[in-house]
Design a protein around this ligand. Structure first.
Ligand code: AMP
Length: 414
């Protein structure tokens, strides 16, 4: 039976009352957290008690600490060696989860390592030899290390499968099953996912049959702190529209494209236009992606153009605006993209440029968001949605009226 924490009243408590050991609490203080988020408050005592959980968390709800803190607590003071495993779908998420865990583990004497593709296996192997208690890994690279006998999973006591629905999208389910079969039967399993598609349900049946389901809000719900706006823009006018939009932003903006090539092209175009922009996608090396995320996190690059896979794990707290340059092809991606802003209770904005061919997808998203803040602006070009007026009064958009609705659709309401 599915139980939902949103039905219980959320009364903020302190981390101290959740039962975490002192070294872990020190790590929480280092992370700068004052109070546990709703999912942390609900999940931490249960995981500490050895229960298995399926967390259906909102994006940005603090789920990394919800599983990371009790995992570190369990391992703290025990035998050294690989006893905690966190499986994540992307390199970016791998690095970010590991960075968070290292902060939490700083006073617990536990070593957190990563395993992701794109860098030399031997670099990761050397790190394992220096000390390995918790491994944050992408499935493919984890299997590479297992096959080379660089690590063994025979002492793993606790495993977390993060973003299970994305693992499914990326075709990782067979690898996940292989990995699960290499761990001892006596272990604690946690699974986190924004949604539970059928294949994830069947994984749950096979490996976590008795787990409690913890849901915050509706499935696939967007964070309530995000306002959603939509602008009708023809495909032809999108480059111009995004440039004008970004020029009036002074905070960090994450712009999503559906394809790697489009992402690269848009990043280059914006750079040429003199904007502090860069692009991140799967064709870039792990080092280049890491450097790119670092520059965005520090604010040196304020406009980051990303594909879904690369953008999914971006854990930058102060993204003020998410732009769908290409409208996402599935609802879940809309939820995940917009979840990059409005994190940890902050307010955020999502703006989508909707071409006529993307209207159907937009209708589906709008239906999903109904009841939430969906602002439809008047239909005059350039008004509403945070899109500035064109300097040329919209004339350029009317150059090719035959394509994509022409001038009227250049930046008007959908
Ligand atoms: P997550 O959902 O784990 O990706 O977390 C989203 C963001 O919220 C991250 O930047 C975390 O560092 C931050 N965060 C997590 N838990 C807390 C908390 N209890 N208080 C403040 N920020 C938090």
């Amino acid at each position: 039976m599915e139980r939902t924490c949103c039905k219980q009243r959320y009364i903020p408590v302190s981390f101290e009352t959740l039962g975490l050991k002192k070294p872990i609490l020190k790590g929480v203080r280092d992370a700068g957290y004052d109070q546990p988020t709703e999912i942390q408050q609900h999940a931490i005592p249960k995981v500490l008690a050895g229960e298995e959980l399926i967390g259906l968390g909102q994006t940005g709800s603090g789920k990394t600490a919800a599983f990371g803190l009790p995992m570190l607590d369990r391992l703290c003071g025990g035998e050294p060696g690989l006893r905690g495993l966190i499986i994540v779908p992307t390199r970016e998420l791998c690095v970010q989860v590991a960075e968070n865990l290292r902060t939490y583990a700083k006073h617990a004497g536990l070593h957190v390592c990563t395993a992701f593709g794109g860098i030399d296996l031997s670099i990761q192997e050397s790190a394992f030899k220096r000390g390995l208690d918790v491994l944050v890994a992408c499935p493919g690279r984890l299997i590479d290390h297992l096959e080379r006998r660089n690590i063994t999973l025979e002492n793993v006591e606790m495993v977390v499968l993060d973003e299970a629905d994305r693992m499914l999208d990326m075709g990782f389910m067979p690898q996940i099953r292989r990995i699960f079969l290499r761990m001892p039967d006596e272990r604690q399993n946690l699974l986190f996912s924004a949604t539970l598609p059928q294949e994830v349900e069947s994984l749950v049946e096979d490996f976590l049959p008795g787990a409690e389901r913890v849901q915050i809000g509706r499935r696939s719900e967007s964070a309530k702190t995000i306002s959603h706006r939509f602008a009708a823009v023809s495909v032809h006018d999108k480059p111009d529209a995004i440039e004008r939009l970004l020029r009036q932003e002074d905070g960090k903006v994450l712009v999503f494209c559906n394809k790697k090539i489009g992402c690269e092209k848009l990043g280059n175009m914006l750079k040429r236009a003199g904007l502090p922009a860069d692009s991140i996608h799967g064709d870039k090396s792990a080092e280049a992606r890491h450097a790119c995320l670092g520059a965005f996190s520090r604010g040196r690059t304020r406009f980051l153009i990303a594909t879904d896979v690369a953008g999914r794990g971006i854990d930058v707290d102060d993204v003020e605006l998410v732009v769908n340059y290409d409208f996402p092809l599935v609802l879940e991606d809309y939820v995940h993209r917009s979840g990059r802003t409005g994190r940890a209770g902050k307010t955020g904005r999502a703006v989508s440029l909707v071409a006529p061919s993307e209207r159907k997808l937009y209708e589906a998203v709008k239906a999903h968001l109904s009841g939430k803040e969906v602002k439809n602006a008047p239909s005059a070009p350039g008004r509403g949605y945070g899109l500035p007026k064109r300097r040329d009064g919209g004339k350029r958009g009317g150059r090719r009226p035959g394509r994509g609705g022409g001038r009227r659709a250049a930046a008007g309401a959908v």
